[in-house]
Design a protein around this ligand. Structure first.
Ligand SMILES: C[S@@+](CC[C@H](N)C(=O)[O-])C[C@H]1O[C@@H](n2cnc3c(N)ncnc32)[C@H](O)[C@@H]1O
Ligand code: SF4
Length: 354
């Protein structure tokens, strides 16, 4: 008898934006009016393919990321959701997230997305200062973003905001102001990203006068101290129970299917892990040890840390962990980074993995 495969979350990449932002190296291209029919055919084809090879497994979350998923016509969203329902067992309480750029989501379109099943919106706010939004190359004002957050909260769905801090000239006072505005607006989840200068972006060629590492660390600590919701991952904060279930599963080392060019997945099928890229670009088996190292890397990003079980214990340097109690803590069979450890996380993970 064939054993039913475990549940898989689904990530769908939408690789189009109205315009590229100055800092962004995400897989997307500026194209406000793509041929959506071609996009839908490709994405639905991939959904059907995974439905066939995995069987109609349970799908607890679907995440439309980008690029700019809110650009997608709602009829295309409906067809993709329909294909997921036909090929998998979409959980009745599934978390269905859509990333949105405030310049692309009028209230009537938001309401249509909700009617079709979207129940969580992640809004790219980035800043409450219009001059900074211009500098970042955004297509919207702060007011547009606040109106979208309000409209989504009024629609009764879960709402998150993305913010970027550590712009040239920013300091602890500026991030405290941002945190206060976020608290006042009342969203229950936000992602606070330190501005990263990526090669091959306009910012990568500008030689910007960035805050020092010490200033960035002070801003990071100020965010933790001033937001009214706790950090649960390096860059993510939520009122307890409002954490993003989709991303939490990725960090915990669960299985997820990546669909569409620019997506990545980790499939667990018939006892083997596979590394997968959307668009049919890759589907390779990986060893349990490789998967365990990935679990340590992603699990350590979360405040609750990585579970030490028979898979991860083989790749964790327990001696190192035990000899650095200021950076690492053990509790409930998990290893996690302390606040001090979070500030040097990449270095810490390199040493923690055997
Ligand atoms: C796919 S985008 C979110 C949705 C939509 N595309 C938007 O920008 O409104 C993911 C988030 O990554 C963050 N991000 C992208 N590039 C970044 C960089 N170089 N440094 C810091 N944050 C970045 C932004 O906060 C952005 O909202
Ligand atoms: S930040 Fe968002 S809107 Fe801007 S280019 Fe990147 S994916 Fe597109």
């Amino acid at each position: 008898m064939k054993i039913m495969n475990m549940s898989h979350n689904i990530y769908i990449h939408v690789p189009f934006c109205v315009k590229k932002c100055q800092y962004c190296a995400f897989y997307s291209r500026a194209c406000a009016n793509p041929v959506w029919e071609n996009y839908a055919i490709k994405v639905i084809g991939e959904i059907e393919h995974f439905g066939k090879i995995l069987g109609a497994v349970s799908v607890p979350t679907v995440f439309f990321g980008g690029g700019t998923p809110s650009l997608m016509p709602t009829v295309i969203f409906a067809r993709i959701m329909d294909a997921i329902q036909k090929n998998f067992h979409l959980a009745p309480d599934a978390e269905i997230t859509l990333e949105a750029n405030p310049g692309t989501l009028p209230t009537d379109k938001l309401s249509d997305f909700c009617k079709i099943g979207m129940n969580r919106l992640s809004v790219g706010v980035q800043s409450f200062d219009d001059d900074k939004l211009k500098f970042l190359g955004r297509i919207h004002t702060a007011d547009d973003a606040i109106k979208l957050l309000d409209a989504a909260m009024n629609a009764g769905i879960r709402v998150s905001g993305d913010f970027i801090y550590g712009l040239p000239g920013e300091d602890v006072d500026s991030v405290i102001q941002t945190c206060r505005r976020i608290n006042d607006i009342g969203i229950s989840h936000c992602s606070m990203y330190e501005l990263t200068i990526e090669e091959n972006t306009p910012f990568g060629k500008m030689n910007l006068d960035m805050p020092t590492n010490e200033n960035m660390a002070d801003m990071y600590m100020a965010i933790g101290a001033n937001l009214n919701m706790p950090r649960y991952e390096v860059s993510n904060y939520a009122t307890p129970t409002q954490e993003c279930r989709h991303n939490q599963n990725v960090w915990d080392g669960g299985a997820y299917i990546g669909i569409g060019d620019g997506a990545a997945g980790r499939i667990f099928m018939d006892g083997t892990w596979y590394e997968e890229l959307g668009g049919g670009k890759m589907f390779n088996p990986i060893s349990d040890d490789t998967r365990a190292v990935e679990r340590v890397i992603t699990g350590m990003r979360t405040v609750r840390g990585v579970l030490v079980d028979n898979m991860t214990e083989k790749v964790i340097n327990i001696e190192f962990a035990k000899s650095h109690p200021d950076m690492l803590r053990f509790a409930n069979n998990r290893i996690s980074a302390t606040d001090k450890g979070m500030l040097v996380l990449d270095d810490l993970i390199t040493k923690l993995v055997k």
